[in-house]
Design a protein around this ligand. Structure first.
Ligand SMILES: [Fe+2]
Length: 504
């Protein structure tokens, strides 16, 4: 036993997780670190063309949290890596060694308080990141991101934490988005931070990073409200910042309240700046009626120079656990997002956005595209969908589901030319996590390849990795079985072995 284990005092807090839905059933923290070679392939075959790693991250509290009813995505970032080569799959999982995790392991109990509220912590942290939202590869760095902090750099092979990454001292912002975008045409890494000068500040910092890692185009903006900017979008010439109407108030935080509160009285803002050579004063805050914007699929410019911007939107508060000032929140089962398209002129002085078009009127989220066309016109979108026709066995699943996260039971492939969606439904005792797309080859047509994503199997209470061929979308190409249960994750990405070899 090492010294710091011996130095831990006897526990005073409970060492059990609460019985809340977000810590129960399939959502009970996994807390596993380790590796398994040659996972079982229980159906089909893994395509031999696949040579790379699917990285994904889940919030996974390593200890019972200080806040008994803590939000499900305040858990510690636990990174899973599925290494696929020669038709075989090997798995590793390891927590990011954040300041939070390291200090709490030493103490033997949680020290960090509520979601993005430092005033509820037991000790002062330099960095409060849980590194639990996305795992992104750029320029030889695997970055574990959480939008309130700089990213942590992770070794792509061992998943060991290298350390907090400030891009060799170039990072201008205190925060760094969990959804940076890679422009496949220019190789630029496009990023931003919001609350970029600290909690409660309206400052947004946009910056792009050249393929060689050097920063360029840093622009500071001031937002009309201090609200969540979880994801964003990039076109060839414009940057878009959709704001979720969850607003921050420092006095509420100091009183021990939540960082976020739903505000139904403000518009849904989309901030727009030129991508190149912008000044702070160039920003325009376009407005639409109050709504909750989900993850962005993509944005691009059409032949008229107008912006086309696709994303799921709902008028309801998806983060129902952060209600409005009167405590009102929607019934979680009533929340559903349609896949929508805004088309608007970024040069216009009329800041009221035209009504968006409904591309797909089915409850969906976790939209992804073929990343080879990011920032340019796309014709295929992949999504997680809630399809009532699947016949999901809710009565049997309900006691073991846990909760807190939105449920989706199918992968979808939306063809923008035909406006039709194809669906892959793994079964009536299954829910899906975010799908990712892998092209069949570097020069394959857009959308031709495989969809990959984790499936929660509530009959076995374990996880499966499903691979679906976009040319034969109704049935799985391969089902890879895990003998463990991975709770709801947030995001992941495929990194081709060739890309890691090139930057090694
Ligand atoms: Fe996200």
């Amino acid at each position: 036993m090492s010294g710091h284990f011996r130095s831990q005092p006897p526990p005073t807090e409970s060492q059990a997780f609460s019985k809340r839905p977000q810590f129960s059933g399939f959502m009970k923290p996994c807390r596993f670190e380790g590796e398994m070679q040659n996972l079982e392939v229980i159906k089909g075959k893994i395509p031999v063309e696949l040579d790379g790693t699917f990285y994904r991250v889940m919030p996974d509290p390593h200890l019972p949290p200080r806040i008994e009813n803590d939000a499900w995505f305040n858990g510690d970032g636990n990174i899973g890596a599925f290494r696929i080569k020669n038709g075989r799959c090997h798995f590793k999982q390891r927590y990011v060694r954040t300041e939070k995790l390291v200090r709490e392991r030493e103490a033997g109990c949680a020290l960090m308080g509520g979601y993005r509220n430092k005033y509820t912590d037991a000790v002062a942290f330099k960095i409060r990141s849980t590194a639990n939202t996305n795992i992104v590869y750029f320029n030889g760095r695997l970055l574990a991101c959480k939008e309130d902090s700089p990213p942590y750099a992770i070794d792509p092979e061992t998943l060991e934490t290298i350390g907090l990454d400030d891009f060799d001292g170039q990072l201008p912002s205190l925060t760094f988005t969990a959804h940076p975008k890679l422009d496949p045409t220019t190789g630029e890494f496009i990023c931003f931070g919001y609350e970029a000068k600290g909690d409660g500040t309206p400052d947004v910092c946009y910056f792009s990073i050249a393929p060689d890692g050097n920063f360029q185009d840093t622009v500071w903006l001031v937002a009309p409200v201090v609200a969540m900017i979880h994801d964003f979008a990039v076109t060839e010439n414009w940057i878009l910042f959709p704001m979720i109407p969850q607003t921050c108030d420092i006095d509420r935080m100091k009183a021990g309240g939540e960082h976020w509160q739903w505000n139904p009285d403000i518009p849904f803002y989309i901030g727009v700046i030129p991508r190149h050579g912008a000044k702070s004063s160039d920003v325009k805050w376009f407005r639409a009626p109050n709504a909750f914007p989900g993850h962005t699929a993509n944005a691009y410019e059409n032949a008229d120079g107008n912006i086309v911007f696709d994303l799921p939107i709902t008028p309801k508060n998806v983060f129902f656990w952060w209600p409005d000032k009167d405590g009102n929140a929607p019934d979680p089962e009533s929340i559903a997002s349609d896949f929508m398209r805004f088309t608007f002129d970024p040069r216009s002085s009329d800041l009221d956005l035209p009504k968006p078009e409904i591309l797909l009127g089915e409850d969906c989220e976790f939209v992804r595209i073929d990343d080879r066309v990011a920032t340019r016109p796309h014709s295929h979108t992949f999504l997680a969908i809630m399809d009532p026709k699947v016949g999901t066995n809710w009565p049997v699943m309900a006691p073991v589901m846990g909760g807190g996260h939105p449920p989706y039971n199918s992968f979808g492939h939306f063809d923008h030319q035909t406006k039709k969606v194809q669906k892959y439904s793994p079964g009536t005792m299954h829910l899906v996590q975010e799908p990712i797309f892998i092209p069949r080859s570097q020069d394959a047509p857009e959308g031709d390849g495989w969809l990959m994503g984790l499936i929660n199997n509530y009959a076995t209470m374990s996880s499966e990795l499903h691979i679906v061929d976009t040319a034969d979308f109704q049935k799985p190409c391969a089902i890879i079985n895990l003998p463990i249960r991975l709770r709801a994750g947030l995001h992941g990405n495929w990194v081709d072995a060739q890309d890691i070899a090139l930057s090694a």
